[in-house]
Every structure is written in C-alpha cells, then in structure tokens.
Design a protein around this ligand. Sequence first.
Ligand code: RIB
Length: 304
Amino acid sequence: MEKKKILVIGSLNIDWVIPVSHMPKEGETILGGNYTEIPGGKGANQAYGAARLGGSVTMLGMVGDDDMGGKLINNLSSQNIDVSRIERCKKINSGLAIIYVNNEGKNSIVVLPGANSMVDKNYIDKNSELLSQSDLVVMQMEIPKETVYYAIEKAYEGDKKIILNPAPAPEYLDDYILSKIDFLTPNETELEKLTGKEVVDIRTAIEASKVLIGKGVKNVIATLGEKGSLLVSSDKTIAFQGERVNAIDTTAAGDCFNAALAVALSEGEAIEEAIEFANKAAAISVTRKGAQPSMPFRSELSLN
Ligand code: RIB
C-alpha cells in the first residue's frame, strides 16, 4: 500500500507535568506532587502519534538552542519522523507547557510559546518544496495565527488535504480560511469559542458544527470526550460512540485523535473508518500518562 505523506506544521514543547489533587482556584495556593518533564507540544504530539501508528511523517517547527530543543527533536526522530527541517533558534527558549493533571486525569495547561512564536511565513516559504511534496497537511494553533493562515493558503493552492485542529481555539477564524479546510477537529470548548454557541451535548454540538459548515468547512469532526465524536458535513451528520476506558490522563488525547485520523486518511480510508480508528487510538492514549509516551502503536489497534 502506498502511504500518502503527512506534513505536520506546528509546535514543539517540553511539558512540565504536575499532579494535583484539584485545579487551583483563583488566589489559591496548593501543593503539587513530583513533576515530570515529558516531550509535548500539539504539533509534535500529532507528528509523533502519526508516526507511531505507521504514518510517513515530516515535521516543520522550531525549538530553542537549549538542551530541551535537542531532546524534543531527538524524540521525534526516534519514531522515524523527518526532522531535518526543524530549526533551532538562537537566544530563545524552546516552548514550555505547564500542565496540571488532577485525580480524575483531567488537565489544565498554560503554554509559553518560546521558539514556536518564531515560525513565520518566511519559514513556510523556505520549505515550500516540502509542502508541495506532501499530501496531507496537519496544523494546530500553537504557532502564530498568521503563519497558520499562510500555510493553509499555500496548502490549498497546492491541492493538499488540510486538517486543522483549532487548539488552542482562537477568538475566531476568518471565513476565507475556514472554506479551505477539509477537516476541522475542535473539541467542545473550541467549538463553542469558534461559533459563540453553547455546546453541552450532541444536539448542541451538531448545531454549532453546522455553523462552521455554513462558513465553508468541508467536514467538522468534533471530539466530545466520553460522549464520543461527531462528523458533520453538508450531506451527513454521524455521531460516533465513545470508548469506555479508565482514563488516568487525558493530556494529548485530542492530538492522538488527530494523528490517527491523519494516518487512516493517508492510507485511503473513508472518513467514517478514519474517525472510528481515531476514537480507538485516543481511548488508548488516555489510559497512559503524558503526551508523546501515551501514543499507541499500530500493533495495539486495527483499521477495519
Ligand atoms: O495537547 C497537549 C499538549 O498541549 C501538551 O503536550 C502541551 O505541550 C500543550 O501543547
């Protein structure tokens, strides 16, 4: 089977993961458990997850010239990801994420973008050949929004399939950009933010997704945690049931979903099968700690 090429353009962060009994409230000081340092970043997680599941993956992004930068790149190349175009920026730190994980496995994340903020249009232009050689382009929103817009426009001009995981959700995405996206993959919070509509259940998620379809997105695939996921396009609306698992850490479950979705699509699967596969992969990831270490291997789940 000929695999299509996946290009991930996005962030690389080192995650400082701190176990907490509960999320600190405003003005509250709490004691955390022992922290761990784990490779993360939504872009890098999606690249790592896709490669572990057997995808042919190249990553574009930037790290600092600190020790962490080297570790982040090495971790990706350990999965045979082409990291040759990842740049190391001088005088800036690698991206850093402070992640609280509570007893229920839920998280709160603050990201300090560092070198991720240096990913600009010039860098995309410098790598235009790579973009033209890829088939599927996967992006998130932890690099500057104008760069994401620019890369989407270039990918669209080159007739690439575009997956945008709108995380963290911006206040809005312009309609001319939305109309270029093949697969938009918000979670509930991101869906609410992008549409201004309250999302509390499947029905309200469908309504909000239809707003985005009305703006030209080809497929909205909403990830709804335990409630499963949802596909809305101009001619179909399908709800997919969530897998029942004992979640210990939901960090990067969305990244895992996007990674698996990209792999299944790169193998020519229909969108419904790709979503089933992504649901299964994400369900495995939440049973393990950390971002990249939690990504499943292909041998752990099957497509069809
Ligand atoms: O989606 C999880 C990721 O969000 C973490 O790895 C962290 O780096 C932040 O980017």
